[in-house]
Design a binder for this molecule. Sequence first.
Ligand SMILES: NC(=O)c1ccc[n+]([C@@H]2O[C@H](COP(=O)([O-])OP(=O)(O)OC[C@H]3O[C@@H](n4cnc5c(N)ncnc54)[C@H](OP(=O)(O)O)[C@@H]3O)[C@@H](O)[C@H]2O)c1
Length: 237
Amino acid sequence: MKFSTAFIGGGIMATAILGGMIAEGTPASQIWVVEPDAGTRRKLRTQFQVNALEMANQDLAFADLVIWAVKPQVFKDAARLVKTHTNKALHLSVAAGIGSDSISTWLGTDRVVRAMPNTPALIGKGMTALYARAGVNDDERELICQVLGATGELIWVKDEPQPNAVTALSGSGPAHVFYFLEAMVEAGESLGLTREQAYTLALGTFGGATALAAQSDEPPAVLRQRVTSKEEQHMRP
Ligand SMILES: NC(=O)c1ccc[n+]([C@@H]2O[C@H](COP(=O)([O-])OP(=O)(O)OC[C@H]3O[C@@H](n4cnc5c(N)ncnc54)[C@H](OP(=O)(O)O)[C@@H]3O)[C@@H](O)[C@H]2O)c1
């Protein structure tokens, strides 16, 4: 399907999504990015050959889909500038914590989808929850799935509060995992392993344990108990 997409904000999340779109065959010429930082614009043009604008202008009038990938605190101001050029577009926001009521009011449309992705989307291993307002039809939902498909797994949620729960769980979740990894590596080093050894062991353990959980019929609590079984059980002849 041929459609034009405008990204508002060209940072980490926009890069993950547009990189996936291009990898799946969307022509770069059909992607526009509004990004105030000149270095980031240059990088996006060089790496992906997309069109990059310093600020919103009439070029965005061709956009069928606008993807909001700015920090939550700048969304409202950015919306004021973008709104006048994008009144025929479907809007997809990845901004954490901004409710669709606000987005709908700021943009003057009910054709709004909220998405909560996470950074593994950068390598096509993301988990994204999606919430659509009533103004979004089935074809538009399908378009969103097509656009985000290359970033990893997608689930639709029915109620507006759920995206906030998703932000806490999978949106911010990678930070918990990385923090835990850091702690495991530090613990390994403090017990005499080299940093490299500790990192290899920690990373492999995470990968192996999550793969085991994914393949197992047992809940995580049972898998955990198999590791934390009492010492004397191991000691019995
Ligand atoms: N990173 C994550 O793990 C994650 C996960 C889930 C959801 N999100 C959401 O994704 C959104 C983007 O996050 P990110 O991590 O991609 O942030 P980011 O890397 O900082 O990207 C945001 C980009 O927007 C640009 N920008 C600032 N004001 C703008 C404006 N008025 N118009 C257009 N672009 C503007 C920024 O430029 P300057 O740097 O020059 O200001 C920056 O390049 C956020 O709302 C966040 O809540 C992020």
